[in-house]
Design a binder for this molecule. Structure first.
Ligand code: NAD
Ligand code: TDX
Length: 350
């Protein structure tokens, strides 16, 4: 199968490309074209070692670029996995425009080119955030209403529904996956786990939003990639599949686990002003993909987190390279004022 993977230079896309091309994956007949425009989050270092792989090709470009996408489909692409996105909630609150361009217009362009080219399988990688926020109990099923909170989540909901509409309207064989929070190697250090781990490795404070009691449902990126691959090969067109590992943690508990793993003091936690519209709790019910496709997560949370912390400890050059230049401006804009205010509060309390 010739697979067009979009956003393959990002966190999950790179893990997916590596998985498909791995000797042991059993996908020996598959070739991968990785289409990625290389935004701030796209990093070819995530794919180091694959440059000369005989079944891999990188193309730099935008999923919204119809002539380019059409030319790639003209080469005989069988399947698409659309990971390409603007993916960070805080950036979408700061400046939503890019989210509309890539997540909505880009996904629409890709779907449209795919149906004109007669692509046989199309996986739209969606997210649990399309469902909005949960109360203290229960979990999202595929039938839960879509109630996105942030501009990011709203743009992903639009993409998710556009993808399903292409199945209903044009018969494009689309499957949608909605996954919970991923962690693992190659995650951009704006997301909470790599941000906190890399700050702590430099003995810098970690900015915990609000009361720290928001809950996220964590899954190792390798388990997400395996689920996406299963849906690509065996999923039913028109179906939505929730993906999650039943691994809920409050942000405070998660932070404490990371501190313990690194042997750092709790005094490095800074309670900062909350994220606007911060979803309180996510929890995924993955019963459908377990029952129908036989998927099951293989990574237990505590062990996976330990291995992930070790990965960032062992790959300092990878993240130091990222946490310089434009990242420094981002960090100041996002956290500078909040951390200064939190330090003043700290001083008053002391
Ligand atoms: P990421 O930000 O690490 O990577 C996104 C990649 O897409 C980057 O390589 C970027 O250069 C590329 N890209 C952005 N705009 C593009 C465009 N217009 N054309 C081509 N490439 C473009 O994101 P991630 O965390 O790897 O997430 C991948 C996908 O999975 C996203 O669709 C996201 O919504 C979804 N998802 C993520 C999570 C999570 O926890 N990270 C959970 C569920 C779903
Ligand atoms: O500095 C921080 N402090 C903090 O307390 C950051 C960056 C986050 N947080 C909190 C906010 C969330 O409750 O940690 C939790 C996780 O935050 P993120 O890592 O930004 O992830 P989240 O907003 O939950 O979204 C993620 O999961 C769903 C991905 O970024 C999305 O792409 C995916 O769709």
């Amino acid at each position: 199968m010739k697979i067009l993977v979009t956003g393959g230079a990002g966190f999950i896309g790179a893990n997916y490309v590596r998985m498909v091309l791995a000797e042991k994956s059993g996908n020996a007949g598959d070739t991968v074209i990785n289409l990625d425009v290389l935004t701030y989050a796209g990093n070819l270092e995530n794919l180091a070692g694959l440059e000369t792989h005989p079944r891999y090709r990188f193309v730099r470009g935008d999923i919204a670029d119809r002539p380019l996408v059409t030319a790639l489909f003209d080469e005989g692409v069988d399947a698409v996995v659309n990971f390409a996105a603007e993916s960070h909630v805080d950036r979408s609150i700061d400046d939503p425009d890019a989210f509309l361009h890539t997540n909505v217009a880009g996904t629409l362009a890709l779907l449209d080119c795919a149906r004109r080219a007669g692509v046989k399988r199309f996986v739209q990688v969606s997210t649990d955030e399309v469902y909005g926020s949960l109360g203290p109990t229960g979990a999202f099923t595929e039938e839960s209403p879509l109630q996105p909170s942030s501009p990011y989540a709203a743009s992903k909901a639009a993409a998710d529904l556009l993808a399903l509409s292409f199945r209903t309207t044009y018969g494009l064989p689309v499957m949608v996956t909605r996954c919970s929070n991923n962690f693992g190697p190659y995650q951009f250090p704006e997301k909470v786990i790599p941000l906190f781990v890399t700050n702590l490795l430099n003995d810098q404070p970690v900015p915990l939003y609000g009361d720290g009691m928001n809950v996220r449902d964590w899954i190792h990126v390798a388990d997400h990639c395996a689920a996406v691959d299963l849906v690509l090969r065996r999923g039913e067109p028109g179906e939505v599949y929730n993906i999650g590992a039943r691994s809920e943690q409050t942000n405070r508990a998660l932070t404490e686990m990371i501190l313990a793993e690194l042997g750092k003091p709790a005094s490095l936690i800074r309670h900062v002003t909350d994220r606007l519209g911060h979803d309180r709790r996510y929890a995924m019910d993955p019963t459908k993909i377990e029952r129908v496709l036989g998927w099951t997560p293989r990574h237990e949370f505590a062990a996976g987190l330990r291995a992930t912390v070790a990965w960032y400890r062992d790959h300092r050059a990878w993240w130091e390279h990222i946490k310089s230049g434009a990242y420094t401006d981002y960090y100041e804009r996002m956290y500078g004022e909040r951390l200064r205010r939190s330090a003043e509060g700290h001083g008053r309390r002391a």
